[in-house]
Design a protein around this ligand. Structure first.
Ligand code: FAD
Length: 403
């Protein structure tokens, strides 16, 4: 199912599909065997091919070496890149770097752009985003323990963060720290750029997720900031603007995730269909003759199409009316698409029987990688609260505060 798309877009989609088949899917086994860090050379070679083809960093402005794509077109491309958990990395639009790039483009000073943004966009550096803390509920980003205190020309940062994706081997972190503890809750925190070579920046451990520790970009770490000193010029945006910037960063970040989840769900459905059509449950009787399996296929198709249209509408709203106008829709797609992905993956695994739990298909890895979809960038329940509050308001009713 597709709306009419331009010839230029068709060409881009075909080229992206070809790269996925020829370059990205074969890399999955390599990364599985060697780990992300061990497969660095192969991953970088794949990125070079993509750059040479002009398919690099669709969301980044052209002046910074990207493709300046509007959200709606980016959504279409991301559906293709998203079919593999490695796709966004190879095409230069992976979280958390994509969000950090957006922050630096929008709010970075010229010096910050030269030092941090330029190598990040070129894919020569990696970054991480350090907001969630072990001792505070991540679902309430106005309530943080990490402090940054000004001392002369420096910020001195102290605190502990976890689930900092890609911190292992990252060149710098953007950390959220309270700089103005006496201000109203939404104006207490600021974002600060911290090179990971700064004394006091500690990479404590990689946290295994559903048993998978990973490495490099494909890992999530606990990190510490202990009397970590950076120049005052490393403040990103204004003092006390951390929460506002986080909202600006997470909006596009959430829609990017939804776009790629549709790619993953498509892949799972394709594998489900192929297995159902070829697995014989009796001589001459493929699994696909069972109505239960037909129902799973049909429900998955409808779920993915509904999710896709919803995401494309949210992308269109951002393009036409801006991020603010799309915020309720972004919350709605965040929990809706995560749910569709989980349901399709579960059916695809069930269709494969025991095979679905092995590494002989990508399903098990995708499930481990994406169970977090209902938690990261805000858990389902918080997004449902946002949607319900808006809906009640539309009817002149109040829900009260969740916090
Ligand atoms: C794979 C992965 C990658 C991540 N990457 C990053 C990263 O790069 N940087 C970063 O800073 N963080 C990252 N996170 C952290 C993530 O954003 C947080 O886990 C998330 O915001 C939830 O916070 P929490 O885990 O502290 O859960 P809590 O806030 O403790 O919430 C626990 C549960 O309580 C329920 N709940 C919470 N609030 C409400 C409410 N208001 N109403 C009803 N129910 C509620 C929800 O079910 C929720 O799952 C990552 C997490 C994962 C799993």
């Amino acid at each position: 199912m597709d709306f009419q798309i331009s010839d230029a877009m068709k060409d881009l989609l075909e080229r992206a599909e070809r790269h996925m088949e020829e370059t990205v899917f074969p890399l999955e086994a390599v990364v599985h065997e060697k780990g992300f860090t061990g497969a660095r050379a192969e991953l970088e070679a794949a990125r070079d091919t993509v750059k040479a083809e002009g398919l690099w960093a669709p969301q980044v402005p052209k002046e910074w070496g990207g493709m300046s794509m509007p959200f709606r077109e980016h959504a279409q491309l991301m559906r293709v890149f998203g079919k593999s958990t490695l796709g966004p990395y190879v095409f230069g639009c992976q979280a958390p770097d994509a969000g950090n790039i957006e922050l630096l483009v929008e709010h970075g000073t010229d010096a910050q752009k030269d030092r941090f943004l330029a190598p990040l966009v070129r894919g020569e550096a990696r970054s991480c985003f350090s907001m969630t803390e072990p001792e505070r509920a991540g679902s309430n980003p106005t309530w943080l323990e990490t402090r940054a205190v000004r001392d002369g020309d420096e910020w001195v940062i102290d605190g502990r963060k976890w689930f900092t994706t890609g911190a292992d081997g990252a060149d710098f972190a953007i950390v959220m720290a309270v700089t103005n503890p006496d201000a109203p809750p939404h104006q207490r925190a600021s974002m600060i750029l911290v090179p990971t070579s700064t004394p006091g920046f500690q990479h404590i451990r990689k946290i295994p997720i559903v048993g998978e520790e990973g490495s490099g970009w494909a890992s999530h770490s606990e990190v510490g900031y202990e009397s970590c000193r950076v120049p005052v010029e490393n403040l990103l945006g204004g003092e006390g603007m951390g929460f506002l910037l986080a909202q600006n960063r997470l909006g596009p970040g959430r829609i990017h995730h939804c776009m790629r989840w549709i790619g993953l769900a498509e892949r799972a459905l394709e594998l489900m269909c192929k297995r159902a059509a070829t697995r014989m449950i009796a001589p001459g009787k493929p699994l696909a003759t069972r109505q239960t399996v037909q129902n799973w296929i049909a429900e998955s198709r409808a779920g993915i199409d509904a999710a896709r249209l919803y995401v494309e509408h949210a992308a269109w709203t951002i393009d036409e009316q801006g991020l603010y106008a799309a915020r309720q829709e972004i919350s709605a797609i965040k929990f809706f698409v995560a749910d569709v992905l989980g349901a399709v993956l579960d059916k695809a695994i069930q269709t494969h029987g025991a095979l679905g739990l092995t590494e002989d298909t990508p399903l098990s890895h995708i499930w481990r990688h994406e169970r977090g979809a209902r938690i990261y960038d805000g858990p389902d329940e918080v997004h449902k609260y946002v949607v319900a509050r808006k809906e009640l308001k539309r009817h002149g009713l109040e829900l009260g505060s969740a916090r």
